[in-house]
Design a protein around this ligand. Structure first.
Ligand SMILES: *Cc1c(COP(=O)(O)O)cnc(C)c1O
Length: 372
């Protein structure tokens, strides 16, 4: 099989989606699965839907087009506020989009009218992450303008946490978002279908002691793909953390030269980690580099450590002496490594367990892992 590649186990993606969807369903929250980290890969998106996601969300229009070209007809929401230059395409391929600028909403409305359709608008509220969002005090006015605008329909409000500045969703913030949903309804009339509380960083809040209020949707990418809670970094009970695995090939081995770096002039470009004890350590050169992934986001197996990375090479020190030229090394990835590897043109995606197993087998299969 060719390398470098990412082995994606679709059975594990289905399982992770099902596990998180069932747990959130008990809290009155549905899962909108986010496909941006896998560039809108249609089979991975389908596995998320098969696992119980209510719909898909994407940040990039190109990825939405990829989903549509593969024949996917499910609802897709654009979660990065649309570019004004793309409004005609947005209304063609997305049911709804997250918005913060009235000029863009007006553009979408005009595009929808040209296409004889209606586009859904979810207004993003700034709740402390300081990335996208309308200030809470401006929300009512903008919501009213959307309600009055032909071509668009106000579908809901949403917020995002812990992306730009790490502000995690505190209970009080989530209560404020619920209260804002009530305020908008009180002022503008229409029932808000969607109150989208955030992303994978909201899971601790969602499973916490308090009520979930008006929040009925979370946009989940990382936790489905990696099985972890991004806030704690811990694997969630009953979830697979190895659904996606990066595989790279050894192109050189060298038992001699794992030595401390006395004189490296390029320390600024290479993150060098010293191998603690170099005795019995082999240096491996792998045909993958910074152009393909975030080397610092690769989990090294026990006995191996990352010595450094350049654009096309990874240098690893290992005590595992079974590796030879032509052998493969496997790595779990963090979100940053996964996202870059999925977008890298030289990395193939190799799908495993493509067909959903029959229901009976699913019930006795990976679901045994489910502890809740
Ligand atoms: C990326 C993103 C998400 C998904 O975040 P995960 O941490 O992958 O769950 C949700 N909402 C918005 C607006 C995003 O940009």
């Amino acid at each position: 099989m060719s390398s470098p590649r990412i082995d994606v186990d679709l059975g594990k993606i289905r399982h992770n989606t099902r596990t998180i969807s069932r747990r959130l369903e008990k809290r009155g929250i549905r899962v909108t699965a986010v496909t941006k980290a896998v560039c809108g890969h249609p089979a991975i998106a389908q596995a998320m839907l098969d696992g119980g996601a209510a719909g898909l969300a994407e940040a990039r229009l190109s990825n939405v087009k990829r989903l549509r070209e593969a024949g996917m007809t499910c609802p897709v929401t654009l979660i990065r506020t649309p570019m004004l230059s793309q409004v005609d395409d947005v209304v063609q391929v997305c049911e709804a989009s997250f918005n913060t600028e009235i000029v863009v909403i007006a553009g979408l409305a005009a595009a929808a009218l040209r296409a004889a359709s209606v586009h859904g608008i979810i207004l993003m509220v700034e709740m402390g992450d300081m990335r996208e969002g309308i200030l809470p005090q401006d929300l009512g006015d903008i919501a009213q303008q959307v309600v009055d605008m032909p071509g668009v329909v106000l579908k809901g409000i949403g917020a995002n946490f812990a992306c730009l500045n790490g502000a995690t969703p505190a209970v009080a913030k989530m209560q404020t978002l619920s209260a804002l949903a009530n305020d908008v309804e009180g002022r503008c009339g229409p029932f808000l279908q969607t109150v989208s509380g955030g992303n994978s960083a909201n899971l601790t809040w969602a499973f916490g002691a308090g009520t979930t209020g008006r929040i009925n949707d979370l946009r989940i990418g990382e936790t489905i793909l990696l099985g972890v809670d991004p806030v704690t970094g811990q694997r969630l009970d009953g979830m697979y953390s190895d659904a996606c695995t990066l595989v790279a090939e050894v192109i050189e081995t060298d038992a001699r030269s794992v030595c401390p770096y006395a004189n490296c002039s390029e320390l600024s470009v290479v993150k060098i980690q010293r191998v603690p004890n170099t005795s019995g350590t082999t240096r491996l050169l792998l045909a993958i580099g910074l152009q393909d992934t975030d080397a610092a986001g690769l989990e090294m197996c026990p006995g191996s450590s990352l010595i450094g990375a350049t654009s096309d090479h990874l240098v690893i020190g290992t005590k595992d002496l079974t590796h030879c030229v032509g052998s493969e090394m496997r790595f779990q990835m963090n979100y940053s490594a996964l996202m870059r590897a999925m977008a890298a043109p030289d990395i193939q995606t190799n799908l495993v367990n493509g067909q959903p197993a029959p229901q009976v087998r699913e019930a006795n299969g990976p679901d045994r892992l489910e502890l809740v």
